[in-house]
Design a protein around this ligand. Sequence first.
Ligand code: C2O
Length: 551
Amino acid sequence: GITRHYKFDIKLYNVTRLCHTRSIVAVNGQFPGPRIIAREGDRVVVKVVNHVQNNVTLHWHGIRQLQSGWADGPAYVTQCPIQTGQTYVYNFTITGQRGTLFWHAHISWLRVTVYGPIVILPKRHTTYPFPEPHKEVPIIFGEWFNADPEAIITQALQTGAGPNVSDAYTINGLPGPLYNCSANDTFKLKVKPGKTYLLRLINAALNDELFFSIANHSLTIVDVDAVYVKPFKTNVLLITPGQTTNVLLETKPQFPGATFLMAARPYATGQGTFDNSTTAGILEYESPSNSSVSNQNKKLKLFKPTLPKLNDTAFASNFSKKLRSLANAQFPANVPKTINRQFFFTVGLGTQPCPKNQTCQGPSNTTKFAASVNNVSFVMPTTALLQAHFFQQSNGVYNTTFPTKPLIPFNYTGTPPNNTNVSNGTNVVVLPFNTSVELVMQDTSILGAESHPLHLHGFNFFAVGQGFGNYNPNKDPANFNLVDPVERNTIGVPSGGWVAIRFFADNPGVWFMHCHLEVHTSWGLKMAWVVLDGKLPNQKLPPPPSDLPKC
Ligand code: C2O
């Protein structure tokens, strides 16, 4: 591979959407941010200079970071923030991945404006395992807030309330024609008839899973989270925050000048409020030279897609079951068959008592919202976990007593217990190098069943099983798919159900795992794995780069 150099200047940038102008934190004066393009096997070097008042870190979401954990980026996990005026160089090699990923800020809620696509092309002299597309187009979904998102989350955490929801969803930063004051801010994809387009879909939204569809066109799914899948056609797809999906779009043989809407809106399961608006873009077929015909067509034909209802969990579950690894000779699925360590984690919401002398606006005025893994709400340390681990200074930073089972077992999909309080802690799970891990994640009904898109840093995992109700360790493993389960880095734990994943802990370092609904991360639905060095030199985490920011 070759080395690709990028420079990211983090600066303020004025953006107007929905008739509201805000000064946003952005990279190189672009919103969404610049695209990173590399081939599998290339090294990517990104020099990040922070010119804003905010502390910043960047995360290369889904990049394995094999032995380059110092470049992963979550604040206080692998690094201290890049402070005003500071520079940090992220340096990593793309190994064994091809497809689409994305980068985003990984501190507080900054990722709402600080994000952009990562396009990973196949190795030189290799091709896609599907027809070569005529053109490739990144489509990145996001959220727009008229108010400052940093102020929204800060206030929500102070009052214990659920934060205000966004004012629009966006396609490549543009809300589209279904919002007031937004007709000119519409993503338009001009296509030729009879061609194949590769759409690289990314959900960078803060808090919402999204359905996506293009009117009168079916999409062939070929790759998720930068891993090829067995292709299948669908009219609608579901994409959670943190997931990426490559689809082939075949344009029809004619339709001169006709336009079709593409649209995305939420799949929402929880009890809380959410932004239930719809973002749309336009697929426009090239006009014939006779422009009067085309203008006529434009008026006559504006096709609109139909999307599932907002809480269509049956669709979500059926869709995710259709995803299978390609699992052929060239791209085998290396699924762990024997397991060294099994874990059972409950993921869901909970409460914490309202601090004395304060009135809270949580689920009741004596409680505030919280979220947890196995009843523990993760508290961020004030120094980076990876540094503490590497320099053997974990005392006072984290402890290694993360519960491998829920502290308070109950019927997770039945009536919630009276006491919904969760405890606080900075606990990690320590894994020897190359441990084969099975992790079952169970949604809980506390404050309502809800789908949680769980994201694991540093690894891809195989989703070997999923189901509704309580996971049954005596029955459910018999149905696990160990042949061609989908391999990815972010998976929806089904609303009122569970998912089982497996992975090899073959990457030394400290790896964050969290719900990619940012509000749940803020409330503590997160934890970390510490993977120890192996014996061989190529199984060890190298020392940190000299410019690693200090806390
Ligand atoms: Cu996309 Cu920990 O993040």
